[in-house]
Design a protein around this ligand. Structure first.
Ligand code: NDP
Length: 244
């Protein structure tokens, strides 16, 4: 996608690996100033080596106070990608309190908190903005062993809609992308077994998993002015999975 984001500042969470890292690099290629937030310093070091213009912020987003402190000085942002998430899979009857709390802290609470920090600035400066939450097809379809993950992504979809409702009057658009499986580190945890992968791809009309770039392109579209009248949507990037 040829889109210039010159003069825009984008914050991307979970930018150390996978979709977040690719989104940070793509935003920088589009001319945006990029702040990359993640919790593993080595990932930030290699990211900055690859693209020296990217500003790194190292923080565990599950820590509310540390997040507040880490993001205090990132400056005015026009664009936000809430991408960081964790996925630990277990049968429903074996889910522990610790697994539940960890997943909700990162996948939901941090989305709310980082969005509050960034959107308050957008509102104060009255320049509007665009926020994209990275949800999942798992928000709308039950997947075995994904009880907690599915619940967090269902919460992200609803949070996206309420944020769109309340932030819209400040010209802040809020949308979600809902990808099918992408074979990143996270995707490989659940879907590297060929038999399991086949059961999923057989339910996807396009017959394959998504590529990282296909998710990033959808994020770029929703961040950009090309989607200037779109807010509150949960956009499947799933080859048709959720349509069936
Ligand atoms: P990866 O596991 O490859 O990357 C996730 C990134 O988020 C890592 O850099 C990770 O850092 C960071 N992160 C995780 N927890 C925290 C935290 N507490 N604080 C700061 N950073 C954190 O995941 P993907 O790229 O696959 O996933 C990106 C998004 O896409 C997620 O929201 C995921 O739910 C969603 N998604 C993924 C799908 C898939 O099949 N891959 C399908 C549908 C949606 P570290 O490695 O240091 O923990």
């Amino acid at each position: 996608m040829e889109e210039t984001l010159q003069g825009k500042h984008a914050v991307v969470t979970g930018a150390g690996k996978g979709i977040g890292r690719a989104a940070a690099l793509a935003l920088a290629r589009c001319g945006a100033k990029v702040t990359a937030v993640t919790r593993t310093q080595a990932d930030l070091d290699s990211l900055v080596q690859e693209c020296p213009a990217i500003a790194p912020v190292c923080v565990d987003l599950a820590d509310w106070a540390a997040t507040e402190a880490a993001l205090r000085d990132v400056g005015p942002a026009h664009l936000l990608v809430n991408n960081a998430a964790c996925a630990s899979l277990q049968p429903f009857l074996e889910v522990t309190e610790e697994q539940f709390d960890r997943a909700f802290s990162v996948n939901v609470k941090a989305v709310l908190h980082v969005s509050q920090i960034v959107a308050r600035g957008m509102k104060e400066r009255k320049h509007g903005g665009s926020i994209v939450n990275v949800s999942s097809q798992a928000s709308q379809c039950a997947l075995r062993d994904h009880a907690v993950y599915c619940a967090t992504k269902g919460a992200v979809d609803m949070l996206t809609k309420v944020m769109a409702l309340e932030l819209g009057p400040h010209q802040i658009r809020v949308n979600a992308v809902n990808p099918t499986v992408v074979l990143t580190d996270m995707g490989r945890v659940g879907w590297s077994d060929p038999e399991k992968a086949r059961t999923m791809t057989s339910r996807i009309p396009l017959g394959r998993f998504a590529e990282v770039e296909e998710v990033v392109n959808s994020i770029l579209f929703l961040l950009s002015d090309k989607s200037s009248m779109i807010s509150g949507v949960t956009l499947p990037v799933d080859g048709g999975f959720l349509a069936c």
